[in-house]
Design a protein around this ligand. Structure first.
Ligand code: C2E
Ligand code: MG
Ligand code: MG
Length: 706
C-alpha cells in the first residue's frame, strides 16, 4: 500500500508529528495519530493506526475518534482522554481491541496532549502500542506456572526447588514424605534434609550442576532414614539458576525387591531357605570350614512314609505337618546352624564348626526325637511321623557340595534301610550295601509278576520208622542276574518294605495248590508254610486263609502254619483268639525255631498249638554237646507234657537221629533225611520213601507243582 501522508491540521498550530516529518512510510509499524483537542477529529494518522481500526489510511483523516474507535471503546477511553486534556499530562490505559479475524489485540493507548502554554491543549496525540505478544507471553508464563503448581500439588513424587542450597519451594508429597510443613522447609538448607552419610555426594552432584538420577537417602523429621531416588534438573528462576529435585520414595521398591529376593531364596511353605539358597550357604560354609580347619556336618533329613501320611490326611494337613516339622527342627538348632527345605519332605541342616562327630550324633538324636513326638494337624487326632537322617562330614566325606550332599543322601538311605526313624553316618561300605538293597527292593517288587519265585519242599519223617508225614515249603527267588537266592537274602528286605504280604500270599496259594494236588493223588502230606509277622497280624489274615481253603477245597489238617515264638508273644489274648480261629478252620499250627525266641514256656500252654520245631542250632551239636542235649530233651519233654508233637530241624547225621529218637522226638527234618526238593523231585523221592499212611502210591507223571 502506498504511503499516505497525513493531512496537516488546518489551523495554525502545526502538529508535532507533521513538524517532524509526519509523512511516515506505510510500512512503519508505528501507530500514531493526531486528533483535534476539541472535536477529537483525526487530523493526522499513520497507516498502521488506520489499519488498526480496519479503515483505509486515506479515509481516516477528518473522522472523529468515536467513528474510528467505535462507541464502546470510545466510551472506555473517554475518561483517560479527559484526564490527559485536563491535566495536560500524558495518560495511558490498556484496552482490548477486537480484530476482524476475531483475535483481540491488547493495545496500550497513550494520550499525549498538545500543549499550548497556559491554555487548554489544542490537540491530542494518540499512540497505540501493541501489547498482544507481551500479554500472550505473560499468559503463557502464568499458565505454565499454574500447570507446574498443579503438577507439583498432584504429584505423588516429592518435588522441591532450591537455590543457592536453600529450599525455595516444595510440594505436599515432599512435605508428607519428610514429615515437615512447607513453612518448615522453605529457606532451609537443603542438605539438612539429606541423610548425613549421603551429604557429600549430594553436595558434589549439586555443585557440579549435573542433571542426574541417583539413589540416596533423606531424613524424616523423626530422624528415620528414607531411601529415595533423586532426579536432579537445572532450571532458571527470574534469570537465576535454580535446581529442581524430584524425590522418589524407594521404600516400596526396596520392599518389593526384598520380597522378590526372599521368594527366590525361600520356600514359601515353611519360610526356610530353599534349595538354591542352601547350596549358596553350603558353598560359603565349606570355604569358612576350610579356612578355619574345622569340620562341617551336613544332615539330610527325610520324613518316613510322608507320601502315605499325605495321602491319608490330605494335602493341606500334609503342608501343616511339614511346617510343624520345620519349626520343630528349627527349635533344636543353634543360630549359626543353617536349616533349609530341600524339596518335598526333605530338609537339610548344616552344622558348622564341628570338632567332635559325637556332637553331630547328639544333634541327630535330638532332631529325631523332636520330629517324632505326636502332632495334631488341623484338630485331627494326633499323628506321628518319623524321619530318617543321613550325616556326611566335610571335608572327610566329600570335597564338593555335590558329593557331600550325595553322601548325606546315601547315608539317609542307609538309615531308611535300617528300619527308618534313625540316623546313619556316611560310610562308603555300608552305603554300597544299602544301595544294593535298594536295587534288590525294586526288583523284589516285580518278582511275583515276573514269576521268579519258586517253592521247594523239605520232607518231614517220623523218627521211629522214617515214613514221610509232611513237607515244609521253603521259598526261593530265581533272580534274573544273581541266580537262585535263599530266603535269608531277601525275606528281611521284603518284611521291611511290606512286600512280604503279597509274597506270603503267593507262597500260601502255591503251597495249598500243591497240597491239594498231592491229596488228590493219595499222598497224605501235610504242607507247612512259614509265616511272617506282618502276614499273621494283617486284619484279614484269618479270612484270607478261609478263602484259600475254600478255593482249593483242601481238606482239614493238610495245611500247617509255622509261627515263630515272637509272633506268639505280643498281645497274648488277641493271638490266642486268632490261633483258635485258624484251628477252627482245620489248620495245624506249629512253633518254628523253638528255643531261640526266649518266650515264656508258661504262656505256650495257653495257646492252641499242635507242634513244636526244635531249632537246628540245638540239633547241630547233638549228641556230644551236653548243653544242646539238655535243651533238646527239655523241649521234647515240655512238648510231651503239653500234648504237642515235636519236630527236630536240621537233622543231618545218624547220631543225631538216634539221639532224638531216644529222647522221644516225633519227627525229623533235615539234610540227613532230604534236602529241600522241587515238587517233582519230592514226588520222585516219595516213590522210594514210604509214607506214614500211604493212601495211594504216587505215579511217575510229572507233577503240576513242578
Ligand atoms: P526255617 O523255617 O527254620 O526253615 C528251615 C531252614 O533250614 C531252611 O532254610 C532249610 O533249607 C534249612 N535246613 C534244612 N535242613 C537243614 C540241615 O540239615 N542243616 C542246615 N544247616 N539247614 C537245614 P531256608 O530254606 O534257607 O529258609 C531259611 C528261613 O527262611 C526259614 O527257616 C524260614 O524262616 C524262612 N522262610 C523260608 N521260606 C519262607 C516263606 O515262604 N515265608 C517266610 N516268611 N519265611 C520263609
Ligand atoms: Mg520253618
Ligand atoms: Mg525253623
Amino acid at each position: 500500500m502506498p504511503a499516505t501522508p497525513p493531512q496537516p491540521p488546518d489551523d495554525e498550530g502545526t502538529p508535532l508529528l507533521q513538524r517532524q516529518g509526519w509523512g511516515l512510510p506505510d510500512s512503519w509499524p508505528l501507530m500514531a495519530a493526531y486528533h483535534d483537542g476539541e472535536t477529537l477529529v483525526c487530523r493526522a494518522a499513520s497507516a498502521a493506526y488506520a489499519r488498526c481500526f480496519g479503515i483505509p489510511a486515506d479515509e481516516v483523516i477528518g473522522r472523529p475518534l468515536v467513528a474510528l474507535f467505535g462507541e464502546a471503546l470510545a466510551e472506555q477511553v473517554q475518561p483517560f482522554i479527559a484526564q490527559a486534556l485536563r491535566s495536560a499530562e500524558p495518560c495511558s490505559c490498556e484496552q482490548d481491541l477486537p480484530q476482524a479475524d476475531s483475535r483481540r489485540w491488547a493495545l496500550e493507548f497513550t494520550f499525549v496532549p498538545q500543549r499550548t502554554d497556559g491554555q487548554r491543549p489544542q490537540g491530542l496525540h494518540v499512540l497505540l502500542t501493541d501489547l498482544t505478544r507481551h500479554r500472550t507471553a505473560e499468559r503463557a508464563l502464568l499458565e505454565s506456572e499454574e500447570r507446574l503448581a498443579k503438577f507439583m500439588q498432584a504429584s505423588v513424587e516429592g518435588i522441591f526447588f532450591h537455590q543457592d542450597g536453600r529450599v525455595a519451594d516444595a510440594n505436599p508429597a515432599l512435605c508428607e514424605l519428610l514429615g515437615h510443613t512447607l513453612h518448615d522447609l522453605i529457606g532451609r538448607n537443603a542438605l539438612d534434609l539429606v541423610a548425613p552419610e549421603q551429604r557429600s555426594r549430594v553436595l558434589h552432584v549439586g555443585a557440579a550442576g549435573k542433571e542426574l538420577t541417583y539413589e540416596t537417602a533423606l531424613l524424616h523429621r523423626s530422624g528415620d532414614r528414607i531411601p529415595v531416588e533423586f532426579i536432579e534438573r537445572n532450571s532458571l528462576q527470574q534469570g537465576r539458576p535454580m535446581r529442581m529435585t524430584i524425590v522418589r520414595d524407594l521404600r516400596d521398591r526396596h520392599a518389593a525387591q526384598a520380597r522378590l529376593h526372599y521368594l527366590a531364596h525361600h520356600d514359601p511353605l515353611t519360610g526356610l531357605p530353599n534349595r538354591a539358597a542352601f547350596l549358596a550357604q553350603l558353598e560359603h560354609l565349606m570355604v569358612t570350614a576350610r579356612a578355619s580347619g574345622t569340620q562341617l556336618a551336613l544332615l539330610f533329613i527325610d520324613l518316613d512314609h510322608f507320601q502315605r501320611v499325605n495321602d491319608s490326611v490330605g494335602h493341606t494337613a500334609g503342608d501343616a505337618l511339614l511346617k510343624t516339622v520345620a519349626q520343630r527342627v528349627g527349635e533344636q538348632v543353634r543360630s549359626t546352624d543353617r536349616l533349609a527345605r530341600f524339596g518335598g519332605d526333605e530338609f537339610m541342616l548344616l552344622l558348622p564348626g564341628v570338632r567332635d562327630p559325637a556332637d553331630v550324633i547328639h544333634v541327630a538324636n535330638k532332631l529325631l526325637a523332636a520330629v517324632s513326638s505326636p502332632l495334631s494337624v488341623e484338630g485331627d487326632r494326633p499323628i506321628s511321623v518319623t524321619a530318617s537322617l543321613g550325616v556326611a562330614l566335610y571335608p572327610r566325606d566329600g570335597e564338593t557340595p555335590h558329593l557331600l550332599i550325595q553322601h548325606a543322601d546315601a547315608a539317609m538311605h542307609v538309615a531308611k534301610a535300617r528300619g527308618r526313624a534313625t540316623y546313619a553316618i556316611f560310610e562308603p561300605e555300608v552305603v554300597s550295601t544299602a544301595y544294593a538293597n535298594l536295587v534288590l527292593e525294586g526288583q523284589l517288587g516285580h518278582a511275583i509278576e515276573h514269576g521268579e519265585f519258586a517253592l521247594l519242599f523239605q520232607p518231614q519223617v517220623r523218627a521211629d520208622n522214617g515214613r514221610a508225614v509232611g513237607v515244609e515249603a521253603l521259598i526261593r527267588w530265581q533272580h534274573p542276574e544273581r541266580g537262585l537266592l535263599a530266603p535269608d537274602e531277601f525275606i528281611a528286605l521284603a518284611e521291611q518294605h511290606r512286600l512280604i504280604v503279597p509274597i506270603g500270599a503267593w507262597v500260601l496259594r502255591e503251597a495249598a495248590r500243591c497240597a491239594r494236588h498231592w491229596h488228590e493223588r493219595g499222598l497224605g502230606l501235610t504242607v507247612a508254610v512259614n509265616l511272617s509277622t506282618l502276614q499273621f497280624q494283617a486284619a484279614d489274615f484269618v479270612e484270607s486263609i478261609q478263602r484259600l481253603l475254600d478255593d482249593t477245597d483242601l481238606p482239614r489238617g493238610w495245611l500247617e502254619l509255622e509261627l515263630t515264638e515272637r509272633m506268639l508273644m505280643d498281645d497274648v489274648p488277641a493271638v490266642r483268639e486268632r490261633l483258635a480261629q485258624l484251628r477252627a478252620l482245620g489248620v495245624r499250627l506249629s512253633v518254628d525255631d523253638f528255643g531261640t525266641g526266649y518266650s515264656s514256656l508258661g504262656h505256650l500252654k495257653e495257646l492252641p498249638i499242635d507242634k513244636m520245631k526244635i531249632d537246628r542250632s540245638f540239633v547241630r551239636d547233638l549228641p556230644e554237646d551236653r548243653q544242646s542235649a539238655a535243651i533238646a530233651r527239655t523241649i521234647i519233654q515240655l512238648a510231651d507234657g503239653l500234648g504237642l508233637s515235636v519236630v527236630a530241624e536240621g537233622v543231618e547225621t545218624d547220631a543225631q537221629r538216634q539221639f532224638l529218637l531216644q529222647a522221644g522226638c516225633d519227627q525229623l527234618q533235615g539234610l540227613g533225611i532230604s534236602a529241600p526238593l522241587t515238587a517233582a523231585a519230592l514226588e520222585a523221592w516219595l516213590g522210594s520213601h514210604p509214607q506214614a499212611s500211604p493212601s495211594a502210591v504216587p505215579d511217575q507223571r510229572t507233577s503240576p507243582c513242578a
